[in-house]
Design a protein around this ligand. Structure first.
Ligand code: PLP
Length: 355
């Protein structure tokens, strides 16, 4: 059995679950780990030190997956918190360019700093590279957009950012887990791991370049930001960690320990194999509904009243409604049987005129 097949067989997905863009599913080892953690907790057997070791193992595996050293990875629980740290670390009149239609966690932490002098320009995704100017300090974008899965033109954006010496913050939440990521290309990446990486919600990773590391103020520094975590629990004498760990937020232990089981399964599979599997299912679906092939595993269809989403839910499947469209996401647990279900639902709704 290949590593991809082992990963695929570790899921117990309901047929028609095409919703990784909203919430990834847990592989069975995540469910058993979480159940064991609950039992240990119930018995009073939880060992915080052992749970901390699981956080470090996740950090190392994620670092390897996105091509940076573990010392460049900070852990937290939500993307918006990382974005807030970046927004509050910028000089007062800094210029930030964001994508107007991006996910809120990539926009609002910057917008709320406008009264402190931050200049925020909002541009459409397709204009992002052109919008970067010599006075731009930071370019903020989700690599794969939340509402539709569309990708940013990375080459163009990185070229423009380099030419203007602007820093980059790339949200990989809708990409890591199906798209190979080289986080070393960016100043900062942020990833909430509960979607395509199939971890419990409450685990998030941030990677930092050396210049981002110099810039960022650890505004959430609690005991986990200390050089030695368990020597940092009281008083003002704590030495901050010298690497990205000083930006750690103390971990939601159970999520991290259970999530490690998913990290280990994903780490066994070259991400391009996952991409090929996911995108080929999406392209089969695109061809059945008369759309041109694409390069992402997310397909959208106009569905302003969410009729298709409701009709599909009535068959026991799950897709999501975003920005007036039905959003249909194919991931490792899906197969051609799910393509059949989704294509039948679209054909049926076209006949009945409900989408
Ligand atoms: C691109 C993107 N980033 C981040 C998130 C989640 O943000 P947070 O971790 O702040 O809840 C989502 C959720 O849909 C998303 O699509």
């Amino acid at each position: 059995m290949t590593a991809l097949q082992t990963l695929q067989r570790s899921f117990a997905a309901t047929p028609g679950y095409l919703n990784a863009s909203t919430l990834g599913l847990p592989p069975r080892p995540v469910v058993s780990a979480m159940s064991d953690l609950m039992s240990q907790w119930q018995r009073g057997d939880t060992d915080p030190v052992a749970l901390g070791a699981d956080v470090e193992a996740s950090r190392a595996a994620y670092a390897h997956m996105v091509n940076v050293p573990a010392s460049a990875v900070a852990v937290g629980s939500m993307t918006s918190v990382f974005a807030g740290t970046i927004a509050t670390s910028l000089p007062p009149n800094a210029e930030v360019v964001v994508i107007a239609e991006d996910f809120t966690s990539m926009i609002f932490p910057f917008l709320v700093q406008r009264d402190a002098g931050l200049q925020v320009r909002q541009v459409p995704r397709i204009d992002l590279a052109e919008a970067i100017r010599p006075n731009t300090d930071l370019v903020v974008f989700s690599l794969a957009q939340s509402a539709c899965g569309s990708l940013v033109d990375l080459e163009a954006v990185l070229r423009a950012a380099r030419a203007c010496d602007a820093m980059t913050l790339c949200d990989t939440t809708q990409a890591a887990g199906w798209l190979p990521i080289d986080a070393s290309q960016f100043d900062v990446t942020a990833c909430s791991a509960y979607k395509w990486l199939c971890q419990p919600r409450g685990t998030a990773y941030m990677t930092l370049s050396p210049r981002a590391s110099d810039l960022l103020r650890p505004n959430n520094a609690g005991w986990y930001a200390g050089a030695s975590v368990w020597d940092s629990v009281y008083g003002p004498e704590m030495d901050l960690a010298t690497d990205a760990r000083r930006l750690d937020v103390s971990p939601a232990w159970f999520c991290w320990s259970a999530g490690l089981a998913a990290m280990e399964l994903f780490a066994q599979v070259p991400t391009q194999e996952i991409r090929d599997h996911d995108v080929s299912l999406a392209n089969e679906f695109r061809s059945r509904i008369g759309q041109a092939p694409g390069v992402t595993p997310v397909v959208t269809l106009a569905d302003p009243g969410a009729d298709l989403v409701r009709a599909f839910a009535a068959t026991g499947g799950k897709i999501s409604s975003r920005a007036g469209c039905a959003r249909i996401a194919f991931h490792v647990w899906n197969s051609l049987a799910d393509v059949d279900l989704a294509a039948e639902a679209v054909a049926h709704s076209r006949i009945t005129g409900r989408a």
